[in-house]
Every structure is written in structure tokens, then in C-alpha cells.
Write a new protein. Sequence first.
Length: 170
Amino acid sequence: MNKTFRNVALAVVAAFAVAAAVGSPSVSAQNGNTNQSAPPFMGHGGRGGPGGPMGMGMLPMLPRELGLTDAQRDQIRAIGQTHSDEWKALMTRSRTAHTALDAAITADTVDEGTIRQDSAAVAAVDADMAVARAQAHAEVMQLLTADQKTKLKELRAQFNARRQSPRGQQ
């Protein structure tokens, strides 16, 4: 499976997991340990996922430090459910486009025109997915208070600073 397709697949799966898990209690609370805070951003090894530190998939992953209310969690879950069919269709288009590109790349003979055409189709789907992610992000951000938005910007800046620093230096 090519890397881009795998990343897109993980992003969509994660988006649905976020939508389902937004309202569930934290793992540390379930274990009785409520003193530990979660990492500010979840993703591949805590580094964020496709789309950067805001999250994997179409919905931004919001850190627990924001203190989302139950109503906000419900509204975020509703946003995910509202767009679910659209995101599934995008995922299907992406899978089809990536499969065609992979077939063109691994064909017995190199057909540059087909590879370029299939690459353009992949890019178009990726662009549509980026727009869908941005729209979902905007909808979620409208639900946050000014304080939550400020806190999120601070956490994002800290995350980006850590991500930009060389390994071993914090």
C-alpha cells in the first residue's frame, strides 16, 4: 500500500474515531488517575498527523487542556456525523485515484501521460480533502470560547516549536 494512501486512510479512520470519542471520558479518568494530563496533540507517536498538529482526518483533535464542555463535545460529534457521508465519498475517490496511480506507476511500460493524468487526479482529491478538513476545522473553531481559542493557539505554538527543534533538544 503506498504511503499517501495509507496516510489518507489513517486520517479518515481517525476522524471517525475522534467523532465517536469526543464525548467519552479520558482513559486516565477511567483508570482513576485524573492527575495526568494528556499530550496536547495526538497523532502518530504524539507528533500530530496528516494536516499538522490540529489533528488527523477531517476534524481537528482538540487537547483536553481546552476543557471542552459536554455541549461542545456533542456539537463536535454532530459536525462529524453531518459530514460523514461526504468524507466517506472523498475516501472512496482517494482510494480509487491512488489505486489507478499505483497501477500506472507499476505498469510494464512507462506511460508518462497516464501517470501525469492519474497524479493530477490524486492531487485533485487531496485538494478536496484539504478543503473539507478546513471547513470542518472552521465549524469546530466556531464552537470554542475566546479563552479556548487562545489556549489552543498557545498549545499549537508549543507543539510546532517542539516539532521544529532537533531531536534531543527541547
